[in-house]
Design a protein around this ligand. Sequence first.
Ligand SMILES: *Cc1c(COP(=O)(O)O)cnc(C)c1O
Length: 389
Amino acid sequence: MSTTLERLRAFLAEHTPPTPCLVIDVDTVLERYRALTRAFPGARLQYAVKANPEPAVLEALARDGAAFDVASPAEIRSCLAAGAPGGTLSYGNTVKKPADIAMAHAAGVREFTVEATSDLENIAEHAPGAQVSARLLIEAPASVTPFGRKFGVAADEAAALLVRAADLGLDPVGVSFHVGSQQLDLTAWDIAIGSAAKVFGSAAERGVALRRLNVGGGIGVGYLEQAPPDDAYADAIAGALRAHFPGPAPELVLEPGRALVAEAGVIRTEVVLVSRKAADDPYRWVYLDIGRYNGLAETENEAIAYRFEVVGDHSGDTGPVILAGPTCDGDDVLYQRRTYRLPVSLRPGDQLDILSTGAYTASYSSVAFNGIEPLRTYCISGGRLISAE
Ligand SMILES: *Cc1c(COP(=O)(O)O)cnc(C)c1O
């Protein structure tokens, strides 16, 4: 059995596509989906489409019976086109227009997440009878790429929204939250699930019985820094459920994005320029054909520290480098605080692989900043090309 990286590299060696490019091994996405299904028996897994909306990825997951977390009409259309029934889609974005709700309802979407009364009223009008969850604002430890305070409301407000949902003829099903993406601190779920239990309690006191708990995404993957294994996440979540829901446990929903697709992808990039700002400067600046605007948006604030590997034989000494992107934007610098080391023999035209880059890369790529085209994605399965765009 070959590893994911061996399969991705075999494809690159055989086809030598122009760089930069992202290659996704769809079989690995399915392996990750099945592994998480085993780690969380009985839970519903909704793939967060924004992590990588490649049609071949959505098709494979839909065939395997996955559900989907969607955030816009375009994501709904992508899932339907991939063969996912509308009823397997959950509209997790709390920021939406009445027309978006109507479109979703017409497409068969029956579940929405809310954090404001105006949105609830729009749902009651354009998706009558729909299931609704309230998004909870949680005070959890910061993740690697946190949501800050953008989403969710306090527990009392969430309970009030769900009671109001019942009054509007909607079906208030429960609570959802997100502890922040690439969350490496397992205590985050305990804090969040404790807070969710308060919403269940306070809604029950007001005559509304909730039944579903959506614990969001946040499961981490290994970049330069390792992440806990799936089982550690599963144990932390199961432990928190036992602690905070002593009665019957609610239905559990998970929304992994990063954890399903990151490790399935590799980006191949080419060194465009190597320069040294002064003769005595120990650092070389290495400019790649990929940067902040054509795929590596998550290097902002150096949040995600990707692992780079030089392609081919460069076995000599290494030296410190600052890694930067190809555009004329001063912010298009990937890493200058964190020191990376690359071979002193590195020259323009040499290639690097950036590992575990299947999530939040192509989907974050701008369409034409500085005339640079969006990151191309090639999907392989069984070692063969199944789609290119
Ligand atoms: C982005 C997002 C996810 C996926 O988060 P990951 O950290 O990539 O697993 C899940 N749910 C919602 C509502 C999201 O916005």
